[in-house]
Design a protein around this ligand. Structure first.
Ligand code: NAD
Length: 368
């Protein structure tokens, strides 16, 4: 098991003691997404660690259903077919999946492969006329992200990015509090995202497949989090990189980057992204009237936290279940989530990542 999975699962462990929270009655208790409407029929591309988690979570969905798979490993396809009752005609590999265009039983493809493959695979899915759900980071730079946005527009399909936190009840509650002015003038955000990565031979440490190191994988949570917590877009970034193990973290693979972002209101964010430290999954934000601290803040949950008003008590629900039901509502009902999960939202994060890499390399303050 990868170190990342272990890290994210550790904080999920306590949630299994709360089976009632997964009951249909509670499923939408903290969400305002409509339950009514067509079911989104989804094929998952990439049957790895996270694809497996999404498939499991989808079993509890009301509006989304796993109906197909795209994989290069026939034995995995067989296993998934028997586990999830997937018919042979909905199984594809990486060579033949363009034929999905003739399959009326599949509405959307969820791309859950290594980052460096997302752009080409997503564009092929769009050209096959299917909606694209793509994992974060959407590509390996902003240009790739924009190409994906353009291709999906041209094909008249939706492009949604797997930003599961935008559906998470405690996160949504905090964003609502900020919108209601409960924190007053927000001045400062702190985001810490990291874990110690294991196997040096995994794709996450291969520049071609990952596009970068910790920043692409886990630092992106602090970038996206700063934006949804503060409710503003940064106008500048500065960044400093530390590399203690150049053998493991080769050229183009960042081990640890500290970065700062400045926002139009004058608020600043100070963040840490790392593949070489544990126990880093924390958001803190303070304003003239109050504060919020979330720890864990973006793991699989339960998310925990408190504000100046007291503990956050919204019930834990499996993030990916909420996300997939929420995405069906976006696609079929035009329901807007509290923070967008569309391709343009993904491009905003990619532009910031590009700027952080530039700032870390040059030492300059990079304007956005
Ligand atoms: P993984 O290594 O467990 O799975 C990747 C899958 O892609 C495997 O099934 C592998 O066989 C397949 N694959 C296809 N072509 C490949 C190639 N050329 N090289 C290597 N593998 C190839 O990785 P993962 O943890 O499932 O991550 C997949 C994506 O999901 C990444 O983009 C990652 O950032 C994202 N992710 C998101 C979250 C989240 O919480 N939103 C969590 C974990 C991973």
């Amino acid at each position: 098991m990868s170190t990342r999975r272990k890290f994210l699962e550790k904080i999920t462990a306590t949630s299994v003691a709360l089976p009632l929270l997964y009951s249909p009655v509670n499923l939408f208790a903290a969400s305002e997404e409509p339950c009514e409407g067509p079911v989104l029929k989804v094929a998952i591309m990439g049957l790895g660690s996270y694809g497996t988690r999404v498939a499991e979570a989808m079993q509890a969905c009301k509006r989304a259903k796993l109906v197909g798979v795209i994989s290069g490993t026939p034995s995995k396809i067989k296993k998934w077919q028997s586990k999830y009752g997937i018919p042979e005609k909905n199984c594809y590999n990486y060579e033949n999946f363009d034929a999905i265009k003739d399959n009326a039983d599949i509405d959307a493809v969820y791309v859950i492969t290594p980052n460096g493959l997302h752009k080409d695979q997503s564009i092929r899915v769009a050209k096959a006329g299917k909606h694209v759900i793509c994992e974060k980071p959407m590509g390996v730079n902003a240009q790739e992200g924009q190409e994906m946005v353009d291709a999906c527009k041209a094909a008249n399909v939706k492009l949604l990015i797997g930003y599961r936190m935008h559906f998470e009840p405690k996160t949504v509650a905090v964003i609502k509090m900020r919108k209601e002015g409960k924190f007053g003038d927000v001045k400062f955000f702190q985001g810490q995202s990291g874990f110690t990565i294991g196997d040096p031979n995994q794709w996450r440490l291969d520049k071609e497949l990952s596009g970068g190191g910790a920043m692409m994988d886990i630092g992106i949570y602090s970038i996206n989090g700063a934006r949804y917590m503060l409710g503003e877009e940064p106008i500048w970034v500065t960044a400093q990189e530390t590399k203690t193990n150049p053998e493991k973290f080769k050229e183009g693979i960042d081990e640890t980057i500290q970065f700062q972002m400045g926002f139009p209101s004058g608020a600043v964010a100070n963040c840490l992204s790392t593949y070489n430290m544990n126990h880093l999954d924390r958001f803190f934000m303070t304003g003239s009237k109050g504060f919020v601290e979330m720890k864990p803040s973006t793991g699989y949950g339960p998310i925990e936290g408190k504000t100046h008003e007291g503990p956050l008590t919204q019930p834990h629900m499996t993030h990916q279940t909420l996300q997939m039901d929420g995405m069906a509502a976006i696609i079929y009902n035009g329901t807007a989530p509290i923070v967008p999960v569309d391709g343009e939202e993904g491009v905003k994060d990619m532009k910031i990542i590009d700027a952080i890499f530039k700032a870390a390399k040059t030492g300059d303050k990079v304007m956005l």
